[in-house]
Design a protein around this ligand. Structure first.
Ligand SMILES: CC(=O)SCCNC(=O)CCNC(=O)[C@H](O)C(C)(C)COP(=O)(O)OP(=O)(O)OC[C@H]1O[C@@H](n2cnc3c(N)ncnc32)[C@H](O)[C@@H]1OP(=O)(O)O
Ligand SMILES: O=C([O-])CC(=O)C(=O)O
Length: 372
């Protein structure tokens, strides 16, 4: 049986949610460049779940459903308040909170398509409330309730900062959400599909996906990009930092990709957003440092920035705490996870590959008293 380390190049399923073909990313056949420039996050979520762009009436109804489901049970915040928040990563809190959400949903194990769609709306709507609420709770503040007159992107920033965000902030955040919404069979989406292919419930699938996104080789890289830039501190220290990292064969966070070898099509949007937002925030150095790193790593290693690289300085410029970057990724990507979960349920078969056994053979059982 041939094996492929990390399942590279293995086609594990068919899907009509998103595609990466010749370096071009599409959601349901729509180029990500068009969606990033012209669409809203709510419209993109509708597209991912329904295989078509909504009419105005459909979009209005969908936005209303999301807004109605944004409030989370009080017990979720009570549970968060009881956690040792000073020493815990926000992704661990999110993992716990998503699992607890399932406990409070009386339909959690109802497996009809209609019930699963209702749960999808609940999860999509409640994740931003949880992430923003947690961030405030650990700062000793109370969560801010969502507002019914704000968009999805604006509501998140409003709940996080307890002030109405301006147009530039909303536009940037909306675009970032669109760019992170789905990405074919990435590790967290595959994890979600494996979990629900056992016919486990949707909350189990999303909890499993959050676990996979947390790691630094996947969604956890965006937080580490900002840590790296902060530690380097200034443009003149980039060259020595990279020389040292290359010599020690260290991974540079935010570079490289399993599928894209000639560049991630989302990065150019985030790079431009980083340029604009770092200027507005009065800290152009994060953009200048990022561009210099990009040039050197591309030239020396042939590695291009992925979605996590420029998103770091984008989120930093919006005033978002660095350890909330990956939970924000989840706030967006839950839309893609849910689209894939619904697709998996609709045409399910247990996902169970094989392993090539490379351990010892024909071992003799030795009684415990005779073992050395
Ligand atoms: C949303 C997302 O998940 S995007 C990815 C976010 N993750 C990161 O940014 C973390 C940094 N990047 C990486 O670790 C990798 O590029 C991954 C995990 C994204 C892809 O991994 P793989 O497809 O397994 O690539 P692989 O590790 O085989 O890389 C091929 C070569 O490039 C090197 N390489 C890949 N990425 C990097 C990097 N960021 N820095 C330095 N070297 C790298 C590898 O060490 C390897 O070198 P070798 O052939 O000398 O051993
Ligand atoms: O597809 C991947 O392997 C990782 C990625 O870029 C994403 O999940 O957005």
């Amino acid at each position: 049986m041939p094996t492929t380390k990390g399942l590279e190049g293995v086609v594990a399923t068919t899907s009509s949610v998103s595609s990466i073909i010749d370096g071009v990313l599409t959601y349901r056949g729509y180029n990500i460049d068009d969606l990033a420039e012209k669409s809203t996050f709510e419209e993109v979520v509708y597209l991912l779940w329904n295989d078509k762009l909504p009419t105005q009436t459909e979009l209005d109804a969908f936005k209303k459903q999301l807004l109605e489901e944004m409030v989370v049970p009080k017990e979720i915040f009570d549970q968060i308040k009881a956690l040792p928040l000073k020493n815990v990563h926000p992704m661990a809190v999110l993992r716990t909170a998503v699992s607890t959400l399932g406990v409070f949903d009386s339909e959690a194990d109802e497996m009809t398509e209609e019930a699963n769609k209702r749960k999808a709306v609940r999860l999509q709507a409640k994740l931003p409330t949880i992430v923003a609420g947690f961030t405030r709770i650990r700062d000793g503040k109370e969560p801010v309730a969502p507002r019914s007159d704000l968009s999805f992107a604006a509501n998140f920033l409003y709940m996080l900062f307890d002030r109405e965000p301006n147009e530039i902030e909303v536009e940037a955040f909306n675009k970032a959400l669109i760019l992170h919404a789905d990405h074919e069979l990435n590790a967290s989406t595959f994890t979600a599909r494996v979990a629900v292919a056992t016919l486990s419930d949707i909350y189990s699938g999303i909890t499993a996906a959050v676990c996979a996104l947390k790691g630094p080789l996947h969604g956890g890289a965006n937080e580490r990009v900002m840590k790296m830039l902060t530690e380097i501190g200034s443009e003149d220290k980039i060259e020595p930092f990279l020389e040292n990292a290359f010599a020690n064969k260290e991974k540079i966070m935010g570079f490289g990709h399993r599928v894209y070898k000639n560049g991630d099509p989302r990065a150019k949007h985030l790079r431009e957003m980083s340029r604009q937002l770092t200027q507005i925030s009065g800290e152009p150095k994060w953009y200048n440092m990022s561009v210099k790193m990009d040039e050197i790593v591309t030239k020396e290693k042939g590695l291009r920035p992925n979605v996590d690289f420029y998103s770091a300085s984008v989120y930093h410029s919006l005033g978002i705490p660095h350890d909330i970057f990956t939970p924000i990724f989840a706030v967006s990507r839950v839309s893609g996870w849910l689209a894939h979960i619904l697709e998996q349920y609709a045409n399910n078969r247990l996902i169970r590959p094989r392993a090539e056994y490379v351990g010892p053979d024909k071992q003799e059982y030795v009684a415990i008293e005779d073992r050395k």
